[in-house]
Write a protein that binds this ligand. Sequence first.
Ligand SMILES: [Zn+2]
Ligand SMILES: [Zn+2]
Length: 383
Amino acid sequence: MSQKQDYYKLLGITKGAQETEIKAAYRKAALKYHPDRNPGDKAAEEKFKELNEAYEVLGDSKKRQMYDQFGHAGVNGAQGGGASGFGGGGFSGFGGGFDADIFGDMFSDIFTGGSNRRTERNRGPQQGDDLQYQVNVNLSEVAFGTEKTIKINHTEKCNICNGSGAKKGSSPQTCPDCNGAGQVKFSRGFFSTVQTCPRCHGQGEVITNPCTKCSGKGTQNQAKNLKMKIPAGADTGVTLRLRGEGNAGMKGGQSGDLFVILNVINDTEFERRDANLYSQQNISFTQAAMGTEIGVPTIERKMAKMKIPAATQTETVFRLKDKGLPIMGTKRNGDQMVKVKIKVPKKFTKEQKSALITFAKTMGEEIDESRGKEGFIKKIFLK
Ligand SMILES: [Zn+2]
Ligand SMILES: [Zn+2]
């Protein structure tokens, strides 16, 4: 008792400190040294205990007065029982001059969320983590649906210890710190909190003789080739779930799932809009003028016949019914939209030029034939 540090010094404040100052100093220090934030740190634990003692006194005006007058001797009685007055009940035991709100915001995560939830999660079988992979597929693969093999890395149950983590012939032992409960009770000043056992991390048992293959984890990394079906008509963002192909569970827990997110690579020939495909097709001026039937490449890699009516204008869009992609979950298909472009040849022979001039004249276009003999049409004026 005589070794006790001055409460004001402990909180880093002066004797004349205001109530709010004391409170603020305590909050800051208590957070810093809280056992949940310093697992296994005995010095921090001790400091936390002292801080609580100091605040229990300085935070109460009557006790503070006694302390100011008589020092530790003046408030000794209050300290004798430690947390006895508040045992087990969490915050319900706080009384007197202590404001519950000091803990409400700052500590709520530590006391209500933190340790208890963690404790639960670690008990018993634990499901393995889900994994996520992205897989690139090309347009023709989704046009018909396909089977793809992807290479993944996940964890599997260790085949040496069968997931127990213990060396062959040994088995996990009940944790001596928590007697298998997975949690331990801490009493710090007026706090009494339940914490995840730092020794076994809530498992309730410890592996004294770990499996050499998995070092006690019970799981091992494993690369695996997985066959999966890419559904016809799937688009970027479509997610496929492969049950049980995530990471292995612990302590007999189920494996997680593997989520495969599709990314459909842009195609150079076809632009996709939902189930419709857009393509472009060059036709000659004569084809456009006279009308014809042409072959158009489709995603099926077969030519589809397409009629070009006479007097077709450039950039006219024709629809090839059902030549688009399958509409997922239906038996229907989208369409292929074909935009035709009239292509002008880059070179003409003499005969072609002369034919064009003849044609232009019949259209009533004014021709300047001054350089015609050089094979060069200087001007064509459209009326
Ligand atoms: Zn093992
Ligand atoms: Zn334990």
